[in-house]
Unconditional design. Structure first.
Length: 113
């Protein structure tokens, strides 16, 4: 099992969730986060010509645990549905997961995912 942690644009959540659901992936968490990537934020120029740097930008963090054999499928779905081609499209981190337990039944491992 792996946890796929995807930082995406907030406006992409709906389409990413929809495309994951179409492929049979329903269980997930989404959290509003703020973060920065390689560009370290955005520089705006104010009316008086002053520069305003916005360091931390709003993003959505999507987390879902999947079977090892589903990792590539899920990553491809997220990349394809979250991409605009512009900077700030996000990033995906893959974490190893020790175990999963479904509380209702006590099932463990892949069967509980
Ligand atoms: N190394 C990192 N560690 C943790 N979170 C990160 C990291 N890089 C990016 N993020 C998170 O992902 C968000 C989007 O990052 P972003 O897409 O701007 O990455 P990037 O490396 O700058 O790529 P790009 O050049 O396409 O913008 C950031 O706002 C932050 O929340
Ligand atoms: Mg960036």
């Amino acid at each position: 099992m792996k946890k796929i942690e995807a930082i995406i644009r907030p406006e992409k959540l709906t389409i990413v969730k929809f495309m994951l659901g179409e492929a049979g992936f329903y269980g997930l968490n989404a959290t509003h986060v703020t973060g920065r990537g390689g560009q370290r934020g955005i520089v705006h120029t104010g009316r008086a010509g002053q520069t305003i740097t916005v360091d931390m930008l709003p993003k959505m963090k999507l987390e879902l645990v999947v079977k090892d054999s589903d990792v590539d499928t899920v990553v491809d779905i997220i990349v394809e549905s979250a991409r605009t081609g512009e900077i700030g499209d996000g990033k995906i981190f893959i974490h190893p997961i020790e175990d999963t337990i479904r509380v209702r039944t006590g099932e463990r491992g892949d069967a509980a995912v």
